[in-house]
Design a protein. Structure first.
Ligand SMILES: O=C(O)CCC(=O)C(=O)O
Ligand SMILES: [Fe+2]
Length: 815
């Protein structure tokens, strides 16, 4: 037994050293330990207030053990009258300690300068019994609070509010006693430490209060300061002492004890104590009067605090109710498309937004339906008309495209359609699946419903410009002609009024020409599968000098018409890139008519003028109808330099076969008029007679009509698609020539080397069959100045040459 250890000062010093706490805090803890009923209670204090420190626990145990032994020794030395305590030798040390303490305090007369625990006990002993002393133990405060009904009031919200005076009062009475015992020393002590040191009972009471409050960690709702009441410190004690007044901002931090709100304690209690002390009031009186004073002041403070709380509550509620009106939330992150799930939208806003989105979707759908493509035929571009105003702009774009296509077709009937088809075809190849159909109302049926898209392969950015001299040449000649009567723009040319993209202009650079030609030829290298029909080719356009014409508009004579591509070539193609003549090489030898090879006969002027006129008129009419004249193209896209049409069957330059329907546009093929067939038969008969050698029999079922403009020609070739039997049998070809004269070149090989030629004149009939059936032949030159004036005058035949060749096609399976 070590009396030093049994002394509270020893434990206080050890714990202070161990825990590093303020001494007054340690004193409070010691007071609680001293008041604990059992060792378990003491252990709990260690657990709760000393972080369950084993070192602290062992110190406490050591202290209690020694204390018990000291008390026991004192008891035994005092006599057996305390057998009651002995009888409960196993009773808690506290009881032992408590009992002994009281006696010790009273009897042993330990100095006031002992531990605060002892001091407290001794102080309390003056007016309190042992049981009272025990009543101050843990959890006794609540009981006191409940029993003290006079200090329980109803808060505005209905909650019970227990004025701090209840527990402050009891502590005040204790403190008052303590202070009374101490005289006025408390008030004289300088600094809080001294004050606390002399106020150990108060600390103990705070500790018990801490134990009783429900939320051990509280925070100030105004400034956020946190009060961790699990760890005792001077600040916490002060906080608890004040009943939850925030030491930082003065706000009330709500503390609840046993379900009841602890109201703040003002300094009033202590002040009163101090006041009473200073007046020399006895401890008991001071306690009573203190209690009463505290009670009345606290109630009034409670009312004041309650009304402040209610006011604050009302303000909060009001704010909550009206927050939406006074607050605008701009949520940039919120996707306004999220209409349905957007929590920031009111019902009305949601409805409005939904309607707006629906409207926009409708417009977008309508815009997609109305996309139009503008076809720049010469520029070979297909442009998407993106419209912002769907209906109106789409309509405008559509009309512009239609007018462009129509005007181009009508103004350049020899080639515009083909170029359009080629452009469309090219565009269609480059197009996407989603492109809509091209609307070309008023144009040829084959142009309608073609699907086209933008052509990324066409780099030419600017419209193609034609030089003015070309415009003058074409436009002037075309002016007043049938093209004008179709409503095309006076002055000729290819200007498209609405788009303005095709223009005449003197201003063009060489590189532009070459670029254009390059593009043109690039495109020609591609295979146009579908060739749009050309505008009707008028073999005999009306002319002013035609005597037979009625007295109507007498337009200037029509120009020999060229296809657009021919025009482009002649105007724009650098000489180096122009077609090399298929007749380059040694000039052919003119063959006298009596020296023609076997199987060839030339019946000069066999067709009289009337028959020629009849033939021209016939082909004038047929040429403008279904299956009429068109410009044949090779598979690669290059054009023949003649206009062609077929009777009986269609012969296709691209695949070189005969068919019943024109493959390029599905046209039906006009039949050979019987009078013409008879004419052919008669001619053949005459040819046999002339040669004194019968040509193989030939019943024509195919006729090919070619119109050569003044610059037209036809390369060396064989007529060999009429079937093996027809060709092998030497079934002859009968040819009629009308209009301008031309050089007919022929050879046994496809070369100008050793070639011969004869001049075919208007009205001539040429027959080649038998051994000459497979000669290579062609037309190298046309002589527009050498023509049959009468035929021209009577028919209005264009300057050029009309040639008809009659053959008999015998399919191989019939052979
Ligand atoms: O125009 C000519 O005289 C010849 C025509 C020709 O050879 C043909 O059409 O195959
Ligand atoms: Fe031929």
């Amino acid at each position: 037994m070590d009396p030093v250890v049994a002394d509270g000062d020893w434990l206080k010093a050890e714990l202070t050293k161990l825990l590093g706490w303020d001494q007054c805090v340690v004193e409070g803890v010691l007071a609680a330990i001293d008041a604990a009923d059992t060792r378990c209670d003491a252990d709990e204090i260690v657990t709760n207030y000393m972080d369950d420190s084993s070192a602290a626990r062992s110190l406490v145990h050591r202290f209690l053990d020694h204390k018990a032994r000291v008390l026991e020794a004192a008891e035994s030395s005092a006599g057996p009258h305390n057998s009651d305590h002995k009888g409960t030798g196993k009773a808690s040390h506290n009881r032992q300690a408590g009992g002994r303490k009281g006696e010790n305090a009273a009897g042993a007369g330990k100095s006031e300068s002992g531990t605060s625990v002892q001091s407290s006990r001794r102080n309390a002993a003056g007016s309190n019994t042992h049981s009272q002393s025990r009543g101050e133990g843990p959890s006794s405060i609540a009981k006191q609070q409940k029993s003290n009904k006079g200090h329980v009031s109803e808060a505005p919200n209905g909650a019970h509010v227990v004025a701090p005076v209840q527990w402050a009062t009891s502590q005040a009475s204790t403190a008052a006693s303590s202070v009374a015992q101490q005289g006025t020393s408390r008030g004289k002590q300088a600094g809080p430490k001294g004050k606390r040191r002399g106020n150990g009972g108060l600390d103990k009471l705070q500790l018990t209060l801490t134990d009783s409050i429900e939320r051990k960690v509280a925070n100030c709702l105004k400034c956020g300061k946190i009060y961790d009441c699990r760890k005792m410190s001077e600040a916490i004690i002060k906080f608890l002492e004040s009943g939850g007044i925030c030491s930082f901002c003065g706000n009330q931090v709500t503390l609840t004890s046993n379900g009841e709100t602890v109201m703040p304690q003002t300094a009033t209690g202590n002040q009163l104590v101090d006041l009473q002390n200073s007046k020399g009031v006895s401890a008991a009186e001071a306690g009573e009067s203190n209690q009463e004073a505290s009670s009345s002041v606290s109630v009034s403070k409670m009312d004041e605090a309650a009304s402040r709380a209610a006011e604050f509550k009302d303000r909060l509620v009001e704010y909550d109710r009206n927050a939406a009106k006074r607050t605008t939330v701009i949520d940039d992150q919120s996707d306004y498309f999220e209409v349905d799930s957007n929590v920031w939208l009111s019902e009305q806003e949601r409805r409005d937004l939904r309607q707006r989105l629906d409207r926009e979707q409708e417009l977008e759908n309508s815009r997609r339906r109305n996309v139009r493509y503008t076809i720049d035929i010469v520029g070979r571009k297909v442009l998407i008309a993106e419209e912002s105003k769907p209906s109106q702009d789409a309509q405008t774009a559509s009309e512009a495209a239609s007018r462009a296509a129509e005007a181009t077709l009508q103004e350049a009937p020899q080639g515009g359609g083909a170029a359009a088809a080629a452009a469309l075809d090219t565009a269609a190849r480059a197009g996407t699946a989603s492109v809509p159909s091209v609307t070309t109302s008023g144009t040829a049926p084959a142009l309608r419903d073609l699907r086209a898209g933008p052509n990324p392969n066409l780099p030419m950015p600017a419209p193609l410009f034609l030089p003015r001299h070309q415009d003058a040449q074409n436009g002037a000649k075309a002016r007043g002609s049938q093209t004008q009567s179709r409503g095309t723009r006076p002055g000729g040319g290819w200007r498209v009024p609405s788009s303005g993209r095709l223009q005449h202009d003197d201003i063009f650079a060489d590189f532009e020409q070459e670029t254009a030609v390059e593009v043109l030829y690039d495109n020609l290298g591609q295979v146009p599968e579908l060739q749009a029909p050309e505008a009707p080719f008028n073999l005999c356009p009306p002319r002013a000098d035609d005597a037979y014409l009625p007295e109507v508009v007498r337009p200037v004579s029509a120009a020999p018409q060229q296809s657009i591509n021919a025009k482009l070539r002649s105007v724009l193609m650098p000489s180096s890139q122009k077609d090399s003549s298929p007749f380059s090489g040694p000039p052919p030898k003119l063959v006298p008519l009596d020296q023609l090879p076997d199987g060839m006969a030339l019946l000069r002027g066999w067709l009289d003028v009337d028959t020629q006129v009849k033939i021209v008129q016939c082909f004038h009419k047929l040429g403008m109808g279904e299956g009429g004249f068109y410009t044949p193209t090779y598979a690669g896209g290059a054009e023949l330099h003649v206009r062609m049409m077929c009777l009986g069957k269609h012969w296709d330059l691209r695949d070189r076969v005969y068919s019943d329907v024109r493959s390029i546009d599905g046209s039906r093929i006009p039949p050979i008029p019987p009078w013409l067939a008879k004419l052919v038969a008669d001619c053949l008969s005459d040819a046999s007679a002339a040669r004194k050698q019968a040509f193989p029999k030939m019943e024509t079922n195919v006729a090919i009509a070619n119109f050569y403009a003044s610059d037209g020609y036809l390369g060396l070739h064989q007529d060999k698609e009429e079937g093996r039997r027809s060709c092998r049998a030497g079934v002859p070809v009968v040819s009629f020539s009308i209009g301008a004269s031309a050089d007919f070149v022929f050879n046994n090989v496809q070369s100008m080397q050793g070639a011969s030629y004869v001049e075919l004149q208007s009205g001539d009939a040429l027959v080649f069959g038998g051994p000459s059936r497979m000669i290579y032949h062609g037309v190298s030159k046309v002589y527009p100045e050498r023509t049959c004036e009468e035929v021209v005058r009577r028919t209005g035949l264009l300057s050029g040459r009309l040639n008809l060749t009659f053959r008999q096609y015998i399919p191989d399976d019939e052979a």
